[in-house]
Design a protein around this ligand. Structure first.
Ligand SMILES: [Zn+2]
Length: 103
């Protein structure tokens, strides 16, 4: 009978990251009202997704937020030469969960 070999835990040495940039405008010919970067990261070896603790859940054009499972961070962004206040004040949403483990 062969001895059971415990699987070595993954050391998470390399990562796959994906960033999608959303341009908030009715069409490509219209000046955008805002931009949003949506990012996910997973271990390249074991594929476990990473979460982003410490941010509120939802979507906001004024501050970073995460998806309900914490695996996608949504970050408002703007061109460095944009006018002050560009992209702020647009409607978003927030969510709270009673008993969420990582808050
Ligand atoms: Zn891993």
């Amino acid at each position: 009978m062969a001895d059971a070999v415990a699987a070595e835990p993954c050391l998470h040495l390399d990562f796959d990251a994906n960033v999608t940039v959303a341009r908030i405008a009715p069409d490509a010919a219209t000046a955008p009202k805002a931009f949003m970067a949506e990012m996910t990261v997973q271990c390249a070896a074991c594929k476990v997704p990473f979460t982003f603790p410490g941010m509120p859940v939802g979507m906001s054009y004024d501050e970073p937020r995460t998806s309900p499972n914490g695996q996608e961070v949504r970050v408002p962004m703007r061109p460095a030469d944009a006018e002050p206040g560009f992209g702020t004040g647009l409607p978003g949403f927030g969510m709270t969960f009673a008993g969420r483990a990582d808050t």
